[in-house]
Structures are given as structure tokens and as C-alpha cells.
Design a binder for this molecule. Structure first.
Ligand code: S3P
Length: 207
């Protein structure tokens, strides 16, 4: 476990108290654990968990890999932005949700601007590039589904380093190296003061 503080708050606790509490967005590079931590947090809080890539695939009727292969990354980014807009619109109507966004989403200025404007907390899950690479390779061999941007370790590390300063603009930053998803989920819930929902409707209404 790291000796350095694992949780970094970007703003004062007064601001943290004023944040809307009905949704949070998990950001970070491929392999950061956004989906697994998001699921664990959803179970802990009884909130709906959603992966933005799943939403994109449902809206587009094809997989992320197919969009990259057949239409290119720029078309994927358009679909990603549009799906994010849609999710944010849904959240305005209420409900409690944890949303994991793909590794490139928070790096796009329009998306980061939308999230900042929403006032909803963003959480950057981080780990050393080598560990992220190992996790992605292990997932690819377990699931047989390779990420379109998972090419060589050199390219992977370079992309991570290019994006890291953008991820660092998230409200919270959490190191995930050598830690269980349960511990990380508990830390996010405690740090942001997220409350468990006793009962929820299909839409995930609070209480
Ligand atoms: C991407 C990450 C992927 C997916 C797409 C592009 C990226 O999501 O959105 O392949 O640009 O880093 P994960 O971060 O969930 O792997």
C-alpha cells in the first residue's frame, strides 16, 4: 500500500458539503477499475450503476470496438458526448446514479465542461501505468474483448501520461493500486458523504 495519501480532495470541505449528492462520475484511464468500483459502490449504496460505454453501444447498436473499427475514433467521441448529454439530462429529472465514463471521455474539453457545469462530483481513479496495463491485458485475456486503444505498452504509457493532468482536474483523486474494490468504494462513499437508499424505484429515486 502507498505511504502517500490515497485520497486527495481538490476543494475545501465546505464546497464538498454543497455538492449535489444524487450522482457521481468515475473517470480515469483504461484499467483504473471504474466499472468494478462503480458496481461495488452501487451495491453498497443501492444506487444504479451505469457504464457510459454500455449506453453508447445501446444507442448506436454496435460495440465500442465496432464503432472505432468502422467509423473511427472521432465518431466514437461524438457518440460518447451525445450519450453523456443524455445521461445528464436524465439525472436532472432525479434518481441516484454512479456513472463510469470511458478513459477518453473526461479528457474531451466539452465533456469535462458539461460535468463541471453539472456540479456533480467527479472521482479520478488512478494507478501506475504498468499496473493499468497489466489489468487491461488480464481483462482482455479473460473476456476475449480487447480495447481498441490497447496496443503496445509504450503507446499505452504515453497516452496515460498525456491524459493524466486532465484526469487530475476531477474533484477527488484516489489511488487504487493494491487495494480492493470494496475498500475503494467505501472510501468514496465516506469522503463524499454518499447515502444509502433504503428503497428505489426503477428510475433510482432517492428514498
Ligand atoms: C477509451 C477507453 C474505453 C472506451 C474506448 C476508448 C479511451 O473505456 O471508452 O475504448 O479513450 O481511453 P474504458 O476506460 O472503460 O476501457
Amino acid at each position: 500500500m502507498n505511504a502517500a495519501p490515497r485520497v486527495r480532495r481538490k476543494r475545501s470541505s465546505t464546497v464538498a458539503r454543497d455538492l449535489p449528492r444524487n450522482a457521481i462520475f468515475l473517470v480515469g484511464f483504461m484499467g483504473a477499475g471504474k466499472t468494478s468500483v462503480g458496481r461495488a459502490l452501487g451495491q453498497r449504496l443501492n444506487w444504479i450503476f451505469e457504464d457510459l460505454d454500455d449506453r453508447i453501444e445501446a444507442r448506436e447498436g454496435r460495440t465500442v470496438a465496432e464503432i472505432f473499427r468502422d467509423s473511427g475514433e472521432s465518431e466514437f467521441r461524438r457518440a460518447e458526448h451525445s450519450a453523456l448529454l443524455y445521461v445528464l439530462k436524465e439525472l436532472q429529472a432525479g434518481g441516484a446514479r454512479i456513472v463510469a465514463v470511458g478513459g477518453g471521455a473526461f479528457v474531451q474539453k466539452e465533456n469535462a465542461g458539461l460535468l463541471r457545469g453539472s456540479g456533480l462530483p467527479t472521482v479520478f481513479l488512478d494507478a501506475p501505468a504498468e499496473e493499468l496495463w497489466q489489468r487491461c491485458c488480464a481483462q482482455a485475456s479473460d473476456s476475449g474483448v480487447a480495447r481498441p486503444l490497447l496496443r503496445s505498452i509504450e503507446e499505452f504509457r504515453k497516452l496515460y501520461e498525456t491524459r493524466r493532468s486532465d484526469y487530475s482536474r476531477a474533484f477527488l483523486q484516489i489511488q487504487t493500486g493494491n487495494r480492493t474494490v470494496e475498500t475503494i468504494a467505501a472510501e468514496i462513499a465516506a469522503t463524499l458523504g454518499l447515502k444509502e437508499i433504503a428503497m428505489r424505484t426503477e428510475e433510482g429515486d432517492v428514498e
